[in-house]
Design a protein around this ligand. Structure first.
Ligand SMILES: [Zn+2]
Length: 112
């Protein structure tokens, strides 16, 4: 049985993990949408009554927003004890461990 303190650490870490997964998911969605728009407008000077430069800047904003989301999600994905980003060498996913049992730097328990 984990102690109350361990339990709090696990819960806090799982919250950060969910936030990281959502950010990455949302990032991929935004980038796909941005690329899709670029693809669709490629051969049309005006699409849905909106001019090409407007679409292009819209798509660019989507791409930038996607990257910002991913970075934010990554940046907060830290061990609640030592505040180190949970990086791993196996099971790569943007260089972070997606489901670590213990923190790689301080060995705190992060999963039940
Ligand atoms: Zn740690």
């Amino acid at each position: 049985m984990p102690t109350q303190r361990e339990q709090n650490i696990i819960e806090e870490f799982q919250r950060r993990r969910t936030r990281m997964m959502h950010s990455f998911g949302f990032c991929i969605l935004l980038i796909i949408l941005g690329l899709f728009i670029l693809q669709v407008i490629d051969n049309r000077p005006v699409f849905l009554g909106i001019s090409l430069p407007a679409w292009k800047s819209f798509a660019a904003v989507q791409l930038v927003l996607g990257v910002v989301m991913a970075v934010r999600g990554y940046w907060q994905y830290r061990c609640p004890v030592c505040e180190e980003i949970v990086k791993g060498h196996d099971k790569y996913y943007f260089g972070v461990l997606t489901d670590p049992e213990r923190c790689p730097s301080c060995r705190s328990k992060l999963r039940e």
